[in-house]
Design a protein around this ligand. Structure first.
Ligand SMILES: Nc1ncnc2c1ncn2[C@@H]1O[C@H](COP(=O)(O)OP(=O)(O)OP(=O)(O)O)[C@@H](O)[C@H]1O
Ligand SMILES: [Mg+2]
Length: 145
């Protein structure tokens, strides 16, 4: 049924659980799995001089990219035993928007994600990313909680 599954991970336990769920499904169905991470935009530093901000901004972005690659590497490593065809992908941007764009660009037929992520404000069933994505994604969305 599903041939091309996308798992969105932010480093949270729930997203790891979602990725495992997607991986087990992919293994059963003989589907491909891509694990995807988005590095969100940094706040602007409008009140600082551009010469200062240039370097600091790039250094912080590089650090987040490094962290993101590490999240992807660890997730992939944990799923290695399933004998799957796994790819990883990382990009910069607004997570919900980038996840929806990725679904279309890669012609994924299933997206798996956690109901919540790393956000500190609990109490709602869904976070802002899962909320937006499940309303806008162009493929079925499996929300793991
Ligand atoms: N930066 C990201 N890259 C990839 N996937 C993400 C990212 N952020 C969230 N997700 C996916 O969305 C799921 C839900 O996370 P979400 O961010 O909506 O909840 P939250 O962090 O608890 O709340 P909020 O971010 O609104 O404070 C995560 O489990 C993960 O699957
Ligand atoms: Mg979040």
């Amino acid at each position: 049924m599903y041939k091309n599954i996308l798992a969105a991970v932010d480093g949270s336990e729930l997203s790891a659980k979602a990725a495992r769920h997607g991986a087990e499904l992919a293994a059963k169905l003989g589907a491909r799995l891509t694990i995807f991470h988005v590095v969100p935009p940094l706040p602007s530093f409008d009140n600082m001089s551009p010469s200062h901000v240039g370097n600091i901004h790039q250094d912080i972005v590089n650090e987040f990219l490094k962290q993101g690659r590490e999240i992807l590497r660890q997730t992939e490593e944990k799923l290695a035993g399933l004998g799957l065809d796994i790819s990883t992908s990382i990009t910069l941007g607004h997570p919900a928007e980038e996840i929806c764009k990725k679904v279309e660009a890669g012609q994924y037929d299933l997206l798996v994600m956690g109901s919540r992520g790393l956000g500190q404000i609990k109490g709602y069933l869904m976070g802002s990313v899962s909320n937006r994505v499940c309303r806008h994604a162009k493929c079925p969305v499996l929300i793991v909680r």
